[in-house]
Design a protein around this ligand. Structure first.
Ligand SMILES: Cc1cc2nc3c(=O)[nH]c(=O)nc-3n(C[C@H](O)[C@H](O)[C@H](O)COP(=O)(O)OP(=O)(O)OC[C@H]3O[C@@H](n4cnc5c(N)ncnc54)[C@H](O)[C@@H]3O)c2cc1C
Length: 599
């Protein structure tokens, strides 16, 4: 079986760069220690090796199918994997003990899920969605709703889904039209359609709990009139039996990637017999859903980083085995060919992949650490960590997805023609990765979120906290000879961001919000390169400090980190200056009214 992740690197992240043990001093996580944490990671790896990785290719070649009668047919392995995931506690892993969870920090859960995603990202989706849906019910549902729906979801018998998108309402959830008419108590009659619903109504689970956004009759227009409902496929009668709830699956979308992961079209209430159960208060649905979506955005970032890591591992392995050509300095054609890993251009492609995969995984771990501190902490510390997480969320999602796609394209390129064939997994990684910049808010939407909301939230406090966190890493990096240059370069990139903001932000007070946001994606790109530079400097500092005392075999691991840090700062960080130049020009070239210019 090909490698799909690197356990040494995961240990480095979890125990050295973002020390998980700091969390164990909080009462919420006091039941854990490092040894237990690592045992959980090792058991996740064993599970992924045995049950997930072996089906990665097969699930691509035998995609999910719709039978034309409302049923979605999935690969047979799912019927075994979902119950094992449940039995090992991975569906309810971060939930409170009182709800049947393991109360794990997201850092440990995220590391396990990284392993699952890298092994087989299609399978992991079903598990992750159920966790998210149950989390939404435990946070905002009534005690009766928690009791009824959460245990069967954690047991892997029922699948949770997240049903927001409609044919006319994708990025713009303001335009949702699925309707809810009050019947009695928390019950509403639902009518409408949802498309692209992941994990919907497949054959591997017996019931489906769709966390659905709909508009109560007479609700205010816009996002303030959207409510959240639990809509089961089967209602549970008082005697405990199933009663069909008029949620029909009208199809499964056939896709370029993630072919083993169902993407369904659901029709609610075609026979006027679909009941939805209101979660929390009316009209607050979108704010509740944002809890799940924010977590899901970080998960998508980690997922992209994980598939990128799998593609990198596959291409690295190939390069160590494939002989081709001779070094430019070798003039004798009778000498045997060299391995391709010895060609500088191949090394450039490998280091680019490594820098992106490990940089984005480190940022994912940083976000999960903040998530845990927000949930376990109190007062100002909690609030400041929340602000930092808010500003990092669009970055972790987008950098990992966009640059991960670039890295996976390089993985194909590294293999040459074989990379394009289905004999090797890198083309599947590339196809699977593309969705990550689309769902949970496209790149364009993440960019608007960063520049239009997060940069200015609480008078710029989130941005200040991010800058201070980066500054403190810079201060440390400057004092270490191996990281001084990179630290100085990172300091310059913070200055570049300030220059850009000094020019852009006054546009808001001048009422030119359209000009401010026209190149929001370029701004997101610029900040992302900086934030990943911060992660690489963090890794470099640890590596430089550990190098002196490390045993020989660990020395090369740390040297590899320092080398990749320098590579990142030499080959990737210069993009920041290009972004700054574009942003400072404020050309207006992307705000034309005349479509003929595209002819
Ligand atoms: C495989 C798959 C699984 C999915 N799973 C789920 C799921 O489980 N649940 C769910 O509810 N949804 C799901 N989705 C839906 C997904 O979240 C949407 O596809 C996504 O939000 C984009 O919406 P859209 O496809 O309608 O594109 P559109 O909103 O039409 O966007 C098209 C393009 O226009 C750009 N754009 C749109 N509005 C703006 C704007 N204001 N400013 C700048 N650019 C803009 C976008 O960035 C994009 O490039 C899934 C989609 C897919 C393909």
């Amino acid at each position: 079986m090909p490698n799909y992740t690197n356990l040494h690197f995961l240990r480095f992240l979890l125990f050295e760069v973002h020390p998980v043990k700091e969390l164990f001093s909080y009462p919420r996580f006091a039941h854990l220690d490092e040894e237990q944490a690592w045992m959980l990671i090792e058991s996740a790896k064993k599970f992924a090796d045995q049950e997930m990785a072996p089906y990665y290719k097969e699930m691509d070649e035998t995609p999910v199918r719709y039978d034309g009668k409302g049923n979605v047919l999935t690969h047979a392995c799912l019927k075994r994997i979902i119950p094992i995931a449940a039995e090992q506690g991975w569906i309810g892993s971060t939930a409170d003990f009182e709800h049947g969870g393991m109360q794990l920090p997201e850092m440990i859960n995220g590391t396990a899920h990284h392993i699952f995603q890298a092994a087989n990202n299609g399978v992991e989706g079903y598990i992750g969605l159920s966790s998210g849906a149950a989390g939404l019910i435990t946070s905002f549902g009534s005690a009766a709703q928690i009791k009824k729906y959460v245990p069967p979801i954690f047991a892997g018998k029922w699948q949770g889904t997240m049903a927001l998108t409609e044919p006319q309402a994708g990025s713009s959830l303001t335009d949702i039209t699925t309707s809810a008419k009050h019947i009695e108590g928390d019950q509403y009659a639902i009518r409408g359609q949802k498309i692209f619903i992941s994990g919907g109504q497949h054959e591997a689970c017996e019931n489906f709990i769709h966390l659905t956004l709909a508009r109560i009759e007479g609700a205010p227009a816009g996002t303030k009139g959207i409510s959240l409902f639990i809509i089961p496929k089967f209602r549970i009668t008082e005697s405990g039996s199933f009663e069909y709830n008029d949620v029909y699956c009208a199809g499964d979308f056939q896709k370029m990637g993630q072919k083993g992961y169902a993407t369904t079209h659901l029709v609610f209430g075609d026979h006027n017999n679909c009941i939805g159960y209101l979660v929390g208060e009316p009209h607050k649905g979108l704010s509740y859903m944002f809890q799940m979506m924010n977590g899901a955005r970080i998960s998508v970032g980690l997922s992209a980083a994980s598939v990128t890591m799998a593609a990198y591992q596959a291409s690295l392995q190939y390069c160590k085995e494939r002989p081709q050509g001779r070094l430019i300095t070798e003039k004798n054609p009778l000498q045997p060919p060299t391995l391709i890993i010895n060609h500088p251009d191949v090394q450039r492609m490998l280091f680019t992949q490594k820098a992106i995969a490990e940089g984005s995984l480190s940022l994912g771990m940083e976000c999960n650490r903040l998530y845990d501190l927000v949930h376990a902490g109190e007062g100002d510390e909690k609030h400041n960590n929340w602000l930092l997480l808010e500003i990092l969320t669009p970055i972790v999602k987008t950098y990992s997805a966009e640059q991960g796609s670039r890295a996976a394209a390089l993985a194909i390129q590294t293999l040459g023609g074989y990379g394009f064939t289905t004999d090797f997994p890198v083309q599947q990684h590339y196809r699977d990765l593309k969705i990550m910049s689309l769902y949970e808010g496209t790149t364009g939407i993440q960019a608007l979120d960063l520049l239009g909301r997060k940069v200015t939230m609480e008078n710029g406090k989130a941005l200040q906290i991010l800058s201070s966190a980066i500054q403190s890493t810079i201060q440390e990096g400057i004092t270490i000879p191996a990281t001084t240059n990179c630290a100085n370069q990172l300091a310059n990139s913070l200055v570049e961001i300030q220059k850009v903001l000094a020019k852009l932000l006054p546009l808001a007070t001048e009422g030119k919000i359209d000009l401010l946001l026209a190149d929001a994606t370029v701004f997101l790109e610029m900040v992302s390169y900086t934030v990943i530079g911060w992660q690489w400097l963090k890794m470099g500092i640890i590596a430089a400090n550990q190098l002196n005392n490390a045993q020989q075999e660990k020395r090369s691991f740390y040297e590899g980190k320092l080398h990749t840090m320098e590579f990142y700062f030499t080959y990737e960080m210069p993009h920041i200056a290009a972004c700054a130049k574009t942003l400072l020009t404020m050309s207006g070239l992307t705000s034309v009214k005349d479509y003929e210019l595209f002819a």
